[in-house]
Write a protein that binds this ligand. Structure first.
Ligand SMILES: NC(=O)c1ccc[n+]([C@@H]2O[C@H](COP(=O)([O-])OP(=O)(O)OC[C@H]3O[C@@H](n4cnc5c(N)ncnc54)[C@H](O)[C@@H]3O)[C@@H](O)[C@H]2O)c1
Length: 359
């Protein structure tokens, strides 16, 4: 199964349940560098070792991927490429979840102003979102994705049998985002479709393909995120990134996106004084599919600091997407921080072991 999504950038995408398809990808190169993390290296050792036997292979293994998506790792990968005499015709192959894909793709984009890039995302979340679209980046301090470049991968292989039920669950936040952006592209009963992904590989292929198609539409219309179109892929992410930063990344990106979508739904209800139509599917995901209870201590000061650093702000204090009572998705900036605090406390009360500080 192969198809090209973005003609201009010529990303060759394969989505398959047969791992043997991985070995038929048309790669020509002398050297390849696999960037992965300890968990993936252990889990996929056989696959990694079988791939590209005709090449000289090197491995760069991160230890705690999400917490290492930073400048220090970037520098280490770049120096590794230099020390091992990689040239522009060689390949960097990120083999892991979204954090590995983000940091390794950033290194591949910077090294010699761009070396071949073949992404092999191994989580459901990274297959439906992180590995495609060209945003490659790293965190700066505790703030998410503050540095990066735009560059599509040359090849993308999504093996839907790489992961189990837990990884499906971790991708529900980003999946829900696509359900909300383009509901008619998916079956009517969203909850049962999402549930079926846990066992049904054919449904996974269909789902990854559909999500990438949707993402490609936004990316094609606004590749560098300058026209206010691509921003909609960031639905729920203002609060999501702020939850991740405020928890010092003790909340996973997948969980944070679910909480971020709920945050924007509750904020919409508070501002428009009416329940938006998207509320039901968001509540269903958080009650039926992925109830979240995080044992962490968060405070609004850290949360709001991260909200103020969001890339969508463009001079404003904060920017969120809201759902109007009719269901339109509207971008709104400069919302009163007292209202943001109220919704933050509500999310913390319901999902995070947050104790209200004594005043
Ligand atoms: N660039 C983008 O457009 C974009 C979009 C969405 C998300 N992201 C980024 O993606 C990251 C989140 O990605 P993620 O959810 O894949 O998390 P992750 O990359 O942090 O991986 C989470 C854990 O899953 C493990 N793992 C990876 N593959 C596995 C497998 N097949 N089976 C079992 N365990 C596996 C990893 O070792 C890691 O411990 C965040 O940093 C987020 O900012 C980027």
């Amino acid at each position: 199964m192969k198809f090209e999504i973005i003609k201009k950038e010529k990303t060759l995408i394969k989505i398959s349940d047969k791992l043997s398809d991985l070995y038929s990808m048309p790669i020509k190169s002398d050297k390849i560098l696999f960037v992965t993390d300890r968990t993936c290296f252990k889990k996929f050792k056989d696959i990694i070792e079988k791939a590209g036997t005709e090449f000289s292979k090197k491995y760069f293994i991160l230890t705690l991927s999400e917490k290492e998506k930073n400048l220090k790792s970037l520098k280490k990968i770049l120096l590794f490429l230099l020390k091992n005499n990689f040239s522009r015709t060689d390949f960097v192959i990120p083999f892991g979840g979204g954090s590995v894909c983000d940091i390794a793709a950033l290194a591949a984009s910077l090294y010699m102003r761009g070396i071949n890039l073949f992404m092999i995302p191994t989580t459901f979340l990274s297959q439906i979102d992180a590995a495609f679209g060209g945003k490659n980046g790293a965190d700066l301090g505790k703030y998410k994705n503050m540095i990066g470049v735009f560059r599509q991968p040359d090849y993308l292989f999504c093996g839907v049998s790489f992961y189990g039920e837990q990884e499906i669950k971790n991708g529900y936040g980003e999946l829900l985002k696509y359900f909300i952006l383009k509901p008619s592209n998916f079956p009517k009963n969203k909850v049962s479709f999402a549930l079926s992904l846990k066992k049904d590989l054919k449904a996974r292929i269909k789902c990854v393909k559909e999500c990438l198609k949707i993402k490609a539409q936004f990316v094609k219309a606004d590749p560098l995120d300058l026209q206010g179109i691509r921003e909609y892929l960031n639905l729920g992410h203002t609060a999501a990134h702020a939850f991740e930063s405020a928890s010092l990344k003790n909340i996973s990106h997948g969980e944070a996106v679910l909480l971020g979508l709920k945050y924007e739904y509750l904020l919409s209800k508070e501002i428009f004084k009416k329940n938006p139509p998207q509320g039901a599917v968001i509540e269903n995901f958080l009650t039926l599919l992925s109830p979240i209870k995080i044992n962490s201590r968060l405070n609004f000061r850290d949360f709001i600091k991260a909200v103020r650093k969001d890339k969508k702000n463009k001079g404003k204090k904060n920017t969120f997407f809201l759902f109007s009572p009719k269901g339109e998705i509207l971008k709104m900036s400069g919302i009163n921080e007292r209202i943001l605090d109220k919704i933050f406390r509500r999310i913390c009360d319901e999902h995070i072991g947050y104790k209200r500080p004594q005043s």
